[in-house]
Design a binder for this molecule. Sequence first.
Ligand code: TRP
Length: 329
Amino acid sequence: MNEKKRILTGDRTTGKLHLGHYVGSLQSRVKLQDEYDTFILLADIQALTTHFEKPELIKESIYEVAIDNLSVGLDPNKITMLLQSKITAIAELTVFYSMVVSVNSLRHNPTIKTEAKQYGYDDLSYGFLGYPVSQAADITFCNADLVPGGDDQVPHIEVARKIVRRINDLYGTNINEPEIMLSSCPRLMGLDGNAKMGKSLNNAIYLSDSDEEVNKKVSQALTDKNRISIKDKGNPDICVVSKYHQIFNSDDYDNICEMCRNASVGCVACKKQLSKSLNGLLAPFREKRAYYEAHKNLVRDIIEEGSKKANIEGNKTVEALKKAMSLSL
Ligand code: TRP
């Protein structure tokens, strides 16, 4: 008997994950895995919405994203890790759900709008515009109760809830109306001061970065531009390094700001302190990563097994829905 509530969340397989993903999502996944029945989705179909011309990248990223998740401490014996394209129920539910979603509501989805702008799309593909519908299928095939995610996911959960209500209403089914579980951590800004850390912005520290890469990237991070010499007093409010200290050195944060303000520490030393903390955080991840990278077959088995389990769940959901929708002889 399983009385734990179920959560489902995941990542598009469009490249390796970075510290922003860790702070915003992976960290809480690790904490939640004991209390919740946790499903981690490798969203390779959603990856196609923007990267359909780069199938090799998607394939490579499936392993990268899986290993990123495992390296930070998700335990394959506790969680279910699944590959979206292997779950036939997701494809089927997407089609059924698409009947009850209006195109206008998708067009007005703020996350879709932001992403369309980011990718420079004006004439959106059907698949891109409709990915929130597919995401509703991701969440409901296994009847997930909660979806951990950032505020960009809120509109998508709203779409899912609306679909579920409509389907349950129309066909008398009993699909869970999922709820979002918002991340409590503020978004991690890029090393260049950009509000978002991202691969395409070239301002990210990856979970797979080495000590040297972290040191180099932190040494180039944006600080208070007005602080030219070590004797100048700094302003941590406009310094990216300070924002990182706030998250990764929270216990020492007030002290770090004070030392910057009265010029008792220079930017170089302050950055070194940050690199040290980041490398301290990443060290155990690197060890686990090395293990999984040397045992790729094991990673494949974890995904295969999780997908098999997910398919059993998904097929039950689809069978019940098809029956309720009179899609049967
Ligand atoms: N949209 C998520 C992202 O941007 C990935 C994702 C796909 C997802 N399906 C999901 C997240 C279902 C939560 C639930 O990375």
